[in-house]
Ligand binder design. Structure first.
Ligand SMILES: O=C(O)CCC(=O)C(=O)O
Length: 316
């Protein structure tokens, strides 16, 4: 927030793409004396007024205010003036305090089920459990990551420029042991994702229930930040999953199941703790996990290069 002490006015920097939904008790966005300033994705380039403030009561010059904001986020030069700058995110995240949003629609239930039936037929013989980079391999997945309803909420959450960092097709076959330990999607030995600039999605191709291995999340757990993790002990062909250190696998007293019908999706903060159980039913459970990023979201921890799949925007 930038406080213009000359005139007692406040200016709020909001996460890119969220200005329209922004509310804060006791204030009014875009009214006289309260203007929303958008930060470009990745905090690079110029700060942009949603509306250039004109009319209304006298105010410190717009340019000075913009420069103060830029200074406070480390992108501008010092400025003199009677305003003070202190930046923090204002207003609720579209994911809310829980850190997740469920019940989104990525496809009709009929088309999602039909796609799942094809996938099950194709992979039954090899009992494939995980396919990494599904959006690069299958047309249906390349379309799924672009589903308009999903992409709209992704853009509200992380801004207008969106790329896919990776996808994982996950098939839980009946009778096979495939629990996924508690983990956070935004961190692994290769990279860490900036939680303001990235979001994870899980798309149901079949119905996902607490019996066949839907996600279980711990609401609000993202607030604790990234936690230490280790590799699970497993010799499964699918590879070893990363699990939070010291957190026993299995349901948690604060855990909430996220059942989804085929065609539905949920979005999660990339720090949200989540897991899933093995499938205890007689039919396969199929889901697609997606990591969406905005420019500047990825911090690499070694000499790796991210392979990004841009969907919208031009900052790639
Ligand atoms: O599909 C699942 O059961 C778990 C997926 C998941 O948690 C992930 O890929 O991050």
């Amino acid at each position: 927030m930038l406080h213009d002490t000359c005139n007692g006015q406040a200016y709020f920097l909001t996460p890119p793409g969220t200005a329209r939904n922004w509310q804060q008790d006791g204030t009014q966005a875009l009214g006289p004396g309260s203007w929303v300033v958008l930060a470009p994705p990745g905090w690079r380039g110029l700060l942009r007024w949603l509306h250039d403030p004109t009319g209304g009561p006298p105010h410190t010059r717009t340019d000075d205010l913009a420069r103060s904001l830029a200074t406070a986020v480390g992108t501008g030069e010092d400025t003199e003036g009677c305003h003070t700058a202190e930046i923090r995110y204002a207003g609720p995240s579209p994911l809310g305090e829980s850190g997740y949003r469920t019940g989104l629609e990525w496809n009709t239930d009929g088309l999602a089920r039909a796609r799942a039936a094809e996938i099950i037929t194709e992979h039954r013989a090899g009992q494939t459990e995980v396919v990494r980079g599904a959006h690069l391999l299958f047309d249906w997945a390349a379309h799924a990551v672009r589903s308009p309803d999903l992409l709209r909420v992704v853009q509200e959450t992380i801004g207008g420029s969106v790329a896919v960092e990776n996808t994982f097709l996950m098939i839980k076959w009946p009778g096979r042991d495939f629990p996924v330990p508690w983990h956070q999607d935004g961190t692994n030995p290769r990279m860490q994702l900036d939680p303001e600039l990235s979001v994870a999605a899980w798309l149901a191709l079949t119905d996902a229930t607490s019996i066949n291995g839907c996600l279980q999340v711990i609401p609000g757990s993202h607030a604790a930040g990234y936690l230490d993790y280790g590799r699970e002990e497993s010799d499964a062909r699918r590879g070893k999953a990363l699990g939070i250190q010291g957190m026993p696998d299995g349901p948690h007293s604060q855990g909430v199941w996220l059942p989804l019908d085929a065609g539905q999706a949920c979005l999660m903060d990339v720090r949200l703790l989540h897991r899933s159980d093995s499938n205890m039913t007689v039919g396969a459970r199929v889901g697609l996990n997606i990591r969406y990023v905005a420019p500047g979201a990825i911090r690499l921890s070694g000499p790796h290069s991210p392979s990004l799949y841009p969907l919208t925007g031009s900052d790639w």
